[in-house]
Ligand binder design. Structure first.
Ligand SMILES: C[S@@+](CC[C@H](N)C(=O)[O-])C[C@H]1O[C@@H](n2cnc3c(N)ncnc32)[C@H](O)[C@@H]1O
Length: 325
């Protein structure tokens, strides 16, 4: 795939929006959510189907069905979009949330031999897949650089070995002190590293969090707390990299009416969910959790399915957010 494909704006999001909002065949996507009798019968209600156990179970089945490895696609564009993952001076730590089969983990490990990747997923099947992917990659001394673990971050906190409570509090107090005594490092320095000495109580938090096509799998109502959890394990000055489905992406428009479970939230037949983000929602969620917005935009890419001869309009949201120093 061409690198430039991910940076180019093949079309304007506002043009797509006008097209979708004026097309009567898409009108049900725009309506305030009201479960119809049809959707009540064919898709279980949000309340009954959205328990965390259901979500993890659905993702577990998904990864079981896609265990052949064919589903795996390395996200080669990732380091172009988020160059800090390779340019950061010195050793760094990243938490990849919802790692799946390792599409995001692998390019990071390949691109930066000084990085340590902590990767979680709510699905144990996914964790088996990611271990297979990384084992097959022949990256030197990978056992020191890659630590997978099971966690559903929509209902539980990240483990305390990643960032214990005193360290999490210390991040906040230290950043407040820096603000009041005026001796803090420049917020604009991209290579700012948190000076707190790592203690043995935990790994001391992370420099980066990656949320790549994972947040959309959560019910909207669980997103604010889940993002706060990501915020709490980041060191001050640390960065969160976000990429996910954008409003009016082709995959949203393909969902039939009975797959709607909330406004802009859909559930596939296999029980996995997908939310489609507009920029305002992303901004509100991340700024609301305490982040500073550095980058936020739609990526609008036309891709052609050569076999079917169809052109597809893909919309993703790209975001970069920083925990204030
Ligand atoms: C679309 S995949 C994205 C995988 C990976 N981030 C990538 O770049 O390809 C979404 C992943 O999030 C995981 N997931 C969904 N809900 C989760 C949750 N609440 N906590 C942790 N992982 C979750 C799923 O099991 C799945 O592996």
């Amino acid at each position: 795939m061409r690198k430039a494909e991910y940076f180019s704006k093949d079309f304007e999001w506002e043009d797509l929006r006008a097209q979708v909002e004026n097309d009567p065949s898409f009108s049900y996507h725009l309506l305030p959510f009201e479960p119809t009798s049809f959707s009540l019968n064919s898709v279980a209600t949000d309340q009954s189907r959205s328990s965390a156990a259901d979500g993890s179970h659905a993702w577990n089945s998904f990864h079981h069905r896609h265990s052949s490895g064919k589903f795996f696609k390395e996200r080669r564009y990732l380091l172009e979009e988020f160059p800090e993952l390779v340019n950061w001076k010195g050793n760094s730590k990243v938490l990849e949330v919802g790692c799946g089969n390792g599409s995001t983990v692998l390019p990071i490990l390949r691109g930066n031999e000084n990085i340590v990747v902590y990767a979680c997923d709510c699905s144990t099947e996914a964790l088996d897949r990611v271990k297979e992917t990384i084992d097959a990659s022949n990256i030197a001394a990978v056992e020191h650089h890659f630590h997978p673990f099971c966690c559903d971050f929509s209902v539980t906190t990240f483990p305390t070995w990643l960032a214990c409570n005193p360290c999490r509090e210390n991040f906040t107090q230290t950043s407040q002190q820096r603000l009041t005594d005026g001796r803090g490092e420049s917020e604009t320095d991209p290579n700012y590293t948190y000076a707190l000495k790592e203690s043995k109580c935990c790994v001391g938090g992370v420099d980066f969090v990656t949320l790549i096509f994972t947040l959309s799998a959560l019910p909207l109502k669980r997103m604010p707390e889940s993002i706060k959890e990501c915020f709490s394990v980041l060191k001050p000055g640390g960065l969160l990299f976000f990429r996910d489905y954008g409003l009016y992406d082709m995959t949203m428009l393909r969902f039939e009416e009975d797959k709607r479970v909330q406004f802009r939230e859909y559930m596939r037949s296999d029980g996995t969910r997908s939310y489609f983000f507009c920029l305002d929602t992303v901004r509100d969620l991340f700024v609301g959790a305490g982040f500073k917005q550095l980058e936020l935009e739609y990526c609008c890419v036309k891709s052609v399915n050569r076999r079917k001869g169809k052109s597809m309009q893909r919309v993703w949201v790209h975001g970069k957010f920083q925990k204030p120093v």
